[in-house]
Design a protein around this ligand. Sequence first.
Ligand code: ADP
Length: 310
Amino acid sequence: AGAALLTVILFTLYIFHGIRRNIQLNKELVLAKQRAEDLASVKEEFLANMSHEIRTPLNAIIGYSERLSQTELDKKQGEFISAVQKSSDLLLATVNDILDFSKIEAGKLRIDAIPFEPAAVVREVVDTLQLHAEKKHLALQYDTSSIDDLFVTGDPIRLKQILINLTGNGVKFTDSGFVKIICTRVDDGENIVLKYQVADTGMGIEQDKQDLIFDAFSQADASATRRFSGTGLGLAICKKLVELQNGSINVESQPEEGSVFTVVIPYLPANEERVTYVKQVAGKPNVEQIKDKHILLVDDDEYNIQLTRM
Ligand code: ADP
């Protein structure tokens, strides 16, 4: 009986010890969670501040060097300013990639749902990169014939970002031939589904690297990338942006023959009234309409105010 009593006492003590330990661990867990949440919000705040602190002076550097390049310069000065422009453009692209990636990681990136014309976005992408392609003697083409005049509800800015990234890569990794954007409808009965294909005749990607390139910071060929520059974030951002829109992205490629990146995104139809409105306000601003008008510009950066005034 004594031994049994002793066992019961020991067992009870053991249980109490277990409960105390459990409570203690729970407390530590709550504290650790709080700390992690605090750190995450500090990181987000830091990135938001950095975004402003880096982009504001960069904006001034890019703006003023553009103005400077339009003044009369001798050959050497022209070369110097061109180097400043190229370097600051590259820096801006890198900063934008890092900030976008962090924003997506923090779950802070929202996808818009507004009426827009996908074919117009494709045309804008081609306009943006045309000069870049011409410099490399590449043909930059597009085919939107099956979606011309179609309006859908979705996010035009993010679509443009994805297509600029893929098409920009196409131009970057192609030395001769063409880069082409083809857009077709592949509806699934419920949604309007659009398929965007970006094809190039460039260096291609080895089979075993094709999944890897969608991971952050990864590049298929380190030596090629040193030649071409880049952060390895572009495709990771594209993948996240496509997934946030319930879509998919993949690549088919043969080394030395070229690559085809395919993005599929489902959309809701666009409301007719909204489309009419968007069509009315779209287009280039009419300079005559804003001539002699006063504009109030609010900015905390003196240089950027001066730049806008110019
Ligand atoms: P970055 O272009 O900044 O290196 P990306 O994430 O856009 O980063 O691309 C990752 C890698 O995928 C590139 O470094 C390159 O090796 C490969 N890649 C992407 N697009 C192409 C393409 N069109 N042709 C060949 N390789 C490509």
